[in-house]
Design a protein around this ligand. Structure first.
Ligand code: ATP
Length: 453
C-alpha cells in the first residue's frame, strides 16, 4: 500500500487501525492507561516485546557477532553529570519552545506554522530554548550538586568507555563499539504513538577510525544500514536517504545522512548516520584530563580517532515494521463467504510468533496429543503457539492478524484414519498466499527453520 496513493483521511485511518490492532492484540499500550495514561510513554505487550527482541537480536547479530571489528557494551543510564557538560548536551541539547498566549499550550517552534496558534488564534510567545534532558537526584540530598541526568542518548556511554575497551581488547582502529539501551528525552510534543516518545530505546554504533577514512566510512555505514532494513523486511522504495544540509548538522559533523521511511503520517527519520569527527573523544579528553588517544605501535603515531555513528531507534523500527506489514485482503470465511482479512506480512525472521499449531478439534484426545507433540518438536527451534479453540478458519485469521507466517493443522489424516500414506503428515499453511501443503511431521522442523532464518 503506497503512502502516496492514500488520502489524508485514509492515512489517518491507517494509523488508527494500526494503533487499535497494536492494543487489541498486545503489541503496545499507552502506559499507565488505567490512570489516564502518561504522555509520550508506551508499554509493550507480549507480541510487541517479541518483535522488539527480534529487531534487537538482528541488529546485534549483524553489527557485533558477525564482525571481527565491533564489540558490545552495556553502560549505565545514569552517568557522572560532567559527561553531559563535556558532550555539549547541558548547553545545546535543546529545542525551541513557544507558548500560545491564549490557551498556554506549548509547542516546538519549528513544528508550528506562523506566529499564531491555528486552533484559537492565540499569539505565540518568543521562542525559548528548552533543554530536553530529564533530571533527577542521586542520594538523599536534593540540590544542584546531586543532580544527575537520565541519558538522552546511549552514545556517551561508549565514548567514556573508549579507553577501557582499548586496553581490555586488542582492537585497533578502525573498530566499533555497539550498545542497545534506553534513552530519555523530554520531548515537547511526543506523538504518532511510538514514533516520538519520552522514553525510548536506541541501537547505536560508534565506529572509530583515522581522519582520512571518515568520509568513506560514512558512505559504507549508510549502505550497511540500508541493507539491514531491507533484510528485516522493509521495501527499499519506502526507504530514503536525506543528506542533512550544512545548517541542519552539528557544527562538528562533516557529513550526516538521515535514513527515512514512508510512515503513513509522512516521510520521517528512522535513523541518523553521522560522521562526528573527533569531537566527542576530544571533548572528553579535555574535560576529564585523561588521554583518549590511540597509540599506533607500527607508525609510532598518537591520535584521537574520528568516529562514524549509525544511530537507530528500536521503537521507530517496530512502528516501521508494523506499518510495512499491515495489509487487508479478501479471504473466504468458514462458510466460503468472502470477508476482509487483516494480515501483518512480517518477514518470517521478524514475526513475533513463527508458527501456530492447531488440532482440528479440541475434544478429540488423539488430535490434541499429536498437536502437542508437534509443539514439543518445534519449540527448541522457534517461538511456537498452540491454539485449540474455535473454528479452524477463525484460528488462522487470528494468527494472520499478528503476522504468524506458518500454521500447522493436525487432522484425521494425521492419525492415519484416511489411509496409511497420510499418517503422520499435517497441513502446513502459509500466511500470505494461504496455500496449504501436506508435509510429513518429521520434515517440519527442517522446512520451517530454513524458511524463518
Ligand atoms: P528527531 O529529529 O526525530 O527528533 P533526532 O535527529 O533528534 O530525531 P537522533 O538524536 O539522531 O534523533 O537519535 C537517533 C535515533 O533515535 C533516531 O533516528 C530515532 O530512531 C531515535 N529517536 C530519537 N528520538 C526519539 C524519540 N523521541 N522517540 C523514539 N525514538 C527516538
Amino acid at each position: 500500500m503506497a503512502t502516496a496513493e492514500l488520502s489524508e483521511r485514509e492515512t489517518g485511518n491507517l494509523m488508527e487501525k494500526i494503533v487499535s490492532l497494536a492494543k487489541r492484540r498486545g503489541f503496545f499500550f499507552q502506559s499507565s492507561e488505567i490512570y489516564g495514561g502518561i504522555q509520550g510513554i508506551w508499554d509493550y505487550g507480549p507480541l510487541g516485546v517479541a518483535l522488539r527482541n527480534n529487531i534487537k537480536r538482528a541488529w546485534w547479530r549483524t553489527n557485533v557477532e558477525l564482525r571481527d571489528d565491533v564489540v558490545g557494551i552495556d553502560a549505565g543510564i545514569l552517568m557522572n553529570p560532567r559527561v553531559w557538560v563535556a558532550s555539549g548536551h547541558v548547553q545545546n541539547f535543546t529545542d525551541p519552545l513557544v507558548e500560545c498566549k491564549k490557551c498556554h499550550q506549548r509547542f516546538r517552534a519549528d513544528q508550528v506554522s506562523g506566529p499564531r496558534h491555528e486552533e484559537d488564534g492565540g499569539e505565540f510567545t518568543e521562542a525559548q530554548q528548552f533543554n530536553l534532558m530529564f533530571k533527577t537526584f542521586m542520594g538523599p540530598v536534593e540540590n544542584s550538586s546531586t543532580q544527575v541526568y537520565l541519558r538522552p542518548e546511549t552514545a556517551q556511554g561508549i565514548f567514556v568507555n573508549f579507553a577501557n575497551i582499548l586496553t581490555s581488547t586488542r582492537l585497533r582502529p578502525p573498530f566499533g563499539i555497539a550498545q542497545i539501551g534506553k534513552a530519555f528525552r523530554n520531548e515537547i510534543t511526543p506523538g504518532n504513538s511510538i514514533f516520538r516518545m519520552r522514553e525510548f530505546e536506541q541501537m547505536e554504533l560508534e565506529y572509530f577510525c583515522r581522519a582520512e577514512e571518515g568520509m568513506k566510512l560514512l558512505e559504507y555505514w549508510k549502505e550497511e544500514r540500508l541493507k539491514f532494513y531491507e533484510d528485516i523486511g522493509i521495501a527499499r522504495d519506502k526507504l530514503h536517504v536525506l543528506t542533512v544540509p550544512d545548517e541542519g548538522r552539528a557544527f562538528y559533523s562533516k557529513g550526516t545522512y538521515d535514513i527515512e521511511y514512508d510512515f503513513p503520517f509522512g516521510r520521517q527519520e528512522l535513523e541518523g548516520v553521522a560522521y562526528r569527527t573527533d569531537y566527542d573523544l576530544s571533548q572528553h579528553q579535555k574535560a576529564s584530563g585523561k588521554s583518549l588517544e590511540y597509540f599506533d605501535e607500527e607508525t609510532k603515531q598518537k591520535f584521537i580517532p574520528h568516529v562514524v555513528e549509525p544511530s537507530a531507534g528500536v521503537d521507530r523500527t517496530v512502528l516501521a515494521l508494523i506499518c510495512e506489514a499491515y495489509t487487508e485482503d479478501e479471504a473466504p470465511d468458514d462458510k466460503g463467504k468472502m470477508e476482509t482479512r487483516t494480515v501483518l506480512r512480517f518477514h518470517p525472521r521478524m514475526a513475533p510468533i513463527k508458527c501456530a499449531v492447531f488440532p482440528l478439534l479440541k475434544n478429540k484426545e488423539d488430535l490434541v496429543a499429536k498437536a502437542k507433540a508437534i509443539v514439543d518438536l518445534l519449540r527448541p527451534h522457534m517461538f511456537v503457539f498452540y491454539d485449540e479453540s474455535g473454528a479452524i478458519g477463525r484460528r488462522y485469521r487470528r494468527q494472520d492478524e499478528i503476522g504468524t507466517p506458518f500454521g500447522i493443522t493436525v487432522d484425521f489424516e494425521t492419525l492415519g484414519e484416511k489411509g496409511a500414506e497420510l499418517r503422520d503428515t499435517v497441513t502446513l499453511r502459509e500466511r500470505d498466499s494461504m496455500k496449504q501443503q501436506r508435509v510429513a511431521i518429521k520434515d517440519l522442523a527442517n522446512i520451517l527453520v530454513s524458511r524463518i532464518s
